[in-house]
Design a protein around this ligand. Sequence first.
Ligand SMILES: C[S@@+](CC[C@H](N)C(=O)[O-])C[C@H]1O[C@@H](n2cnc3c(N)ncnc32)[C@H](O)[C@@H]1O
Length: 276
Amino acid sequence: MHKHDDPALKARVRAHWDREPCGTRGLDEPDPRARQAQAEAERYAVDEHIPGFARFSESRGLDVLEIGVGAGTDFVQWLRHGARATGVDLSPNSLAEARARVAAEGHAEAPLTVADAEHLPFAAASFDLVYSYGVLHHSPDTAAAIAEVLRVLRPGGEARVMIYHVPSWTGLLLWAVHGAARLRPWLTPRRAIYEHLESPGTKAYTVAEAHALMRGFVDVRVETALLAGDLLAMRPSERYQGRVHRLLWAIYPRGLIRRFGARLGLGLLITANKPI
Ligand SMILES: C[S@@+](CC[C@H](N)C(=O)[O-])C[C@H]1O[C@@H](n2cnc3c(N)ncnc32)[C@H](O)[C@@H]1O
């Protein structure tokens, strides 16, 4: 799959997130402060591991870079907890939503800029913490983006990165819907994620591959976590509104997966440090 910079694919990724900024589906409040409240209530109820992974509450006084802020739900948390937070995203429409929410919080000065994770516009060793949740697997050259995380971190600084995992429930679901049910059994879960999960060209990694990606770091820890997609706990997009999909939503064994299935969670929660 894509290992090098791919401007055409990146333009399609940007267009995808410009059409529907991440995490805004179904938000109906006109006021940005109310939208933030609605988004965070839903987000941290479903993906309840996020606060423990991000550790927003320990960020006071730190220089934090968030890559791929999307609609800004997590970015607001850094500001609330007193971090000096900078945010970037490839998608101008996502940033417009993030900026509105950040301004409504009283932090209109917080730097939020359009930038590409593979070419960050920051000097080396600028940040204590780089956080990126569900982003770098969407960039055509994920390894280049991870190299940028390492470059902009200060020695001893920490990266907290979530990228997608295979084997995972979401991968199996996408394989079942787009592969097995359409008599395309050769479509692997990895390829189903690439073709059908969010923006085009989404990648997913095994735990061993995640360790390999983080080769330049020390103290690399990788855990798996169930995400909304593994539990079919998100609002289905337009392409999953048919009768069969509604039936799947209704009979899906969420309780069992929640109890026994975390090892096949879609989320790879990676924590790692830049060598001193
Ligand atoms: C699944 S959303 C996640 C947003 C947010 N972190 C969250 O958890 O809600 C992916 C985001 O990554 C951004 N993105 C994708 N490729 C990127 C790149 N190369 N550089 C910066 N942002 C990128 C997209 O524009 C989108 O906002």
